[in-house]
Design a protein around this ligand. Structure first.
Ligand code: 5GP
Length: 194
């Protein structure tokens, strides 16, 4: 098991409905030493790319992206904001994202001031489940004409469809832990060998 899988096995709580709670180190309390190891691992996996910007989505992606940026010298972090209404003044890139955990639809927006066609972007998020959040970020990067150099996920739930959809689109998707099965009754978590 790698450092992240060990932590998930120790502290992750499997909830009914295919939800994994990792509030003690990722989604509520944040273990910054672990985030630093996550950032170093993303830097290793995306070595040789010319990433100058990291794009993520609020809220849980922000801390991860911020610490990861320290491993990509010069890279800025931009986070997509979730909003109920869209402002149609043309100043924003927008996408619709269905929330896996909250079961509602949000518009996500990024100001046109902060990403553009010169950017080489790394997309980051905490979880990949059905892929809606990541597809929203891909749409936004594409609207800007930016190059997507890669996609970094902390925890991919490999039994949901997002990973396959995004890999089939040809993106370099790196998930630091991939869960192939989890059981809310026993609490058991099975990781994919990487
Ligand atoms: P997707 O859009 O791929 O279906 O879901 C990804 C988003 O939903 C992530 O941004 C994450 O915040 C949230 N999410 C999906 N599955 C889980 C889960 O099992 N646990 C937690 N804590 N968040 C999840």
């Amino acid at each position: 098991m790698n450092f992240l899988e060990q932590r998930i096995a120790k502290e992750g709580i499997v909830k009914p409905g295919n939800v994994l709670k990792v509030d003690s180190f990722l989604n509520h309390q944040m273990d910054i030493k672990l985030f630093d190891e996550i950032g170093a691992e993303f830097a290793r996996r995306f070595e040789g790319t010319n990433i100058n910007k990291i794009l993520t989505i609020e809220a849980s992606g922000i801390g991860i992206a911020a610490i990861t940026a320290l491993h990509f010298p010069g890279a800025k972090v931009v986070f997509a904001k979730k909003t109920k209404s869209i402002n149609l003044d043309g100043e924003m890139f927008t996408a619709e994202v269905e929330s896996f955990t909250h079961k509602n639809v949000n518009h996500v927006i990024v100001s046109k001031k902060f990403i553009n066609a010169d950017d080489h972007i790394l997309l980051i998020d905490d979880f990949l489940a059905n892929g809606c959040a990541m597809m929203g970020l891909i749409q936004i990067a594409n609207q800007a004409g930016a190059s997507i150099e890669g996609i970094g996920i902390v925890i991919e739930k490999g039994f949901q469809q997002g990973g396959q959809i995004i890999r089939n689109l040809g993106y370099k998707l790196e998930s630091l832990a991939i869960i192939d099965a989890m059981d809310a009754n026993t609490g058991g978590i099975t990781f994919r060998k990487q």
